[in-house]
Every structure is written in C-alpha cells, then in structure tokens.
Design a protein around this ligand. Structure first.
Ligand SMILES: [Zn+2]
Length: 425
C-alpha cells in the first residue's frame, strides 16, 4: 500500500512467478492457423505442417536468419511466457522437436527462465520419419540428454511420450522404467478429445487410463495432460495411483475437445494444475486468463457460483504446479527461490484494487499482460515492462518473417497427416 496523499492506492502486487505445467514451445509462431477445426485436423494442418516445414527447410532457414529457426521459435515461446508472468514451464517437446532439445536449452538460458523438458517419443500411428524403432532409440536419446544436461541450471529432462495411441506398451514401459531409475516425472497427453479417445477405446478395448494402468505406467510421478474424457473407473484409477493432471481450458474450448470433470477430480482427491497448452491451440500464453476460463466454465456448467474461487485457481498456476514439477518456487517465503512476478495495479482495468480483493481482481479483472517486473532466480528479467534478457524487436521481426515463409510453404502442401488419422478412418 502506498500513501500518495489523499487516496490510498496499491501500485502493484508481488506474486510467485507463474508456473505453466503444460505447453509446447514449438507452437509459438502458429497462432491463428487452422482454427475452427478439431484437434486432429489442427495437428495435421498446423502443428505437424509447421514442424515439417522447419525440418524440411532447416538449412535454408538457418542461412536466411543467421540462426536456427528452432531457436527463433523457442525464444518466441520464452517471450510469450515472460510477458504473462510465467517463469517456469513444462515444455512437452513432441514430434520433430525431440531432436532439438539443445536449441530449447539455449533459448531457456538466454531468457533466464526454468523449464522441464518432456522429451517426446512415438513408435506407431505417426509420421514414419519420426518413429522410434527399435524402441531403444528413445531410451538412448534420454540417456544422452540426461547426461548432457543433468548439471545444467534451470533444466530438467524427463520422458514425454506424445500420446498413448502413438506409443506401444514396450516403449511406454521402457520410458517409465527410465523415469523410475532416474527418479523423474513422466508426462503424456491423455484422453484429450472425444474422437481419439473413442477410437482408442474401440481399438484396444480399454480406455487410455486403463491401458496406462494395465502396464504400470501410472503412479504419483506420472503427470498427464488434459484428461478431458473420463469414465468412473478412470477417475478411480487416477485417484488410487495418485496420477497428476494438468487442465488446459483455452485449448480444450477452442478445439471443442470438451472440459474435464474438475469437481469430480476434487471429490476423488486427484491433484490438478491449470495451464495454457501451446500457443498454437490456445493462441496465447495468458495463464491468468486460463485460470479465469477454468473457473467460469465450472461455475456455469454446475450452475454454482461458489465453485473454484479466485484463490483456488491462483494456486493451480503457482504453488500446485511448482510442487508437481519439483521446483522450489510457487510461494513467496523464506527458503524459496527469488521467483517473483509483479503485476501493475495502477492500470485502469485494475483500478480500484484494495488489499482485500487483490486476488479476485487478478483473476476476474486483469488482462494478463500487466506484468511490470519479473525476477527469476534472483535475476531481473523484466524491468518496468522492458525485457532485459532478450532482444525483442529483432526476434519479433524474425518470427513475423518466419510466419510469412510458412504461409507460402502451406500453399504448396497438403496436411502432414502425422497423427494416424488416415489409419483411423
Ligand atoms: Zn499439449
């Protein structure tokens, strides 16, 4: 509280740096592409086409920009995070990106953020160019990356098989064994949208969760993305195995995937965080907005305004994901890392704010871009709205140009069909 004379006014509020528990840095330049279509169509027409573009054109793009197009893409993602107060993220590094962990580590170093890199894998129902066959290719990749980065500050390497449908039981078991041996989390997309979940259940005779449980994949170090579509048995398994979930309301609503039963998660004691997902599906990294949409949906769906108050959803973008990801952040107290996001409360949309309604105003009235200062690991990354760690103007110019080039490329290509949708039809 600052006494500026006549009127008491709060200028800003210091919060723990926000923790984004599920996202994809490779999607940062594909906002607004292939909208109004379901998940698999969007994957094939936007994400897989874009990563295919980077893969096919890597050499010429690197020559053109003077640096890797992967690095440009990942740096933009770090900017998107910081702009919205996110200092820590789990990056699910899927498809071709699994070959480009070095560029992500470099982007994170330059930005001064912290990332858990869930390194992707798949050995079926996917683009044949990236299938991990034999399965020990994926394990060797994990070994190599773990050795390389185990002592690197602000980096954690974990297995991140893309989907249950794209990873066979032997590969999933091998990756889970790897995670147990190295005492790490394992991360995977699960039951995200109706068509794939139905197809999976028909094809394999059990739900993705039952399938994961049948091969001992689920435990308290397993962290699944989405988990929108659940049977009662799925919920019981998730609770009993203490599997954690991350809910991504922006992507789930834009792609028409549905929304997970968060009240049932709560009743069963299933721990869940709230996140944005990648910028391609969510179209932004506004994590305060993600928290708001999560709360609004549940209140409206259950016709109960008392559900998911502001404090509850704020904890699901700070303390809860920090605990899940194993970072010493998420709260502001002695002994924690200096990881602080300061939100400017002097902007018009947050005036008036009083001490007793700061949290309500953050969730219900903030635009999400009132991030005036960020300190991460004790370093000032945003100083009065200015990035100190990254050269923004040059980066944004390159991202715009990359987007124009991708647009040209898209005109000449059919969707990559990398998600196995052809097989499923
Ligand atoms: Zn995702």
């Amino acid at each position: 509280m600052v006494d500026n004379g006549e009127i008491p006014q709060i200028n800003g509020v210091a919060l723990p740096g926000f923790v984004k528990a599920h996202g994809h840095d490779h999607e940062s330049p594909i906002i607004g592409i292939a909208k109004d279509v379901p998940l698999t169509t969007w994957l094939d027409a936007a994400v897989n086409l874009y990563t295919g573009f980077l893969h096919n054109e890597e050499e010429s793009l690197t020559n053109h920009f003077g640096r890797s197009p992967y690095l440009i893409t990942y740096l933009k993602a770090r900017v998107d995070d910081l702009q919205h107060g996110i200092t820590t993220a789990l990056v699910h590094h899927c498809n071709f990106n699994k070959y480009h962990v070095d560029e992500l580590v470099e982007a994170n170093r330059l930005a001064g953020t912290k990332v858990v890199i869930a390194v992707g894998s798949q050995d079926r129902h996917y683009d044949p160019r990236i299938l991990d066959k034999p399965a020990d290719i994926a394990i060797k990749r994990m070994d190599k990356l773990y050795e390389k980065y185990k002592d690197t500050a602000n980096i954690k390497i974990i297995p991140g098989p893309d989907q249950f449908f794209s990873n066979s039981p032997p590969l999933l078991k091998a990756l889970k064994n790897w995670a147990q041996k190295h005492n790490t989390l394992i991360h995977i997309h699960s039951s995200e949208e109706p068509a794939t979940t139905k197809w999976f259940t028909k094809e394999y005779g059990i739900t993705p969760v039952e399938y994961g449980h049948s091969i001992d994949f689920l435990d308290d170090n397993t962290f699944v993305g989405h988990q929108v579509h659940n049977t009662e048995n799925d919920l019981t398994i998730l609770a009993q195995t203490q599997t954690k979930v991350v809910h991504n309301p922006l992507a789930n609503t834009i792609l028409g995937s549905g929304m997970p039963p968060l009240q049932k998660f709560k009743e069963k004691g299933i721990t869940f965080a709230i996140s944005t997902d990648g910028s391609g599906s969510a179209d932004n990294q506004n994590i305060l907005n993600a928290a708001r949409v999560a709360a609004q949906y549940q209140k409206a769906y259950h016709q109960d305004a008392t559900l998911m108050p502001a404090q509850d959803v704020l904890e699901r973008i700070t303390v809860i994901p920090a605990q899940i990801l194993g970072f010493n952040t998420g709260t502001l107290e002695p002994g924690k890392l200096a990881d602080i996001t300061v939100i400017d409360l002097s902007v018009a949309n947050l005036t008036p704010t009083r001490e007793e309604n700061v949290i309500e105003n953050l969730i219900w009235a903030a635009n999400g871009n009132e991030v005036q200062y960020i300190i991460s690991n004790g370093n000032l990354l945003i100083n009065n709205y200015q990035f100190t760690s990254l050269k923004i103007q040059e980066l944004l110019r390159q991202v715009q140009e990359l987007s124009e080039m991708f647009h040209e490329y898209r005109q000449t290509k059919i969707p990559e069909m990398a998600t196995g949708i052809r097989e499923r039809k």
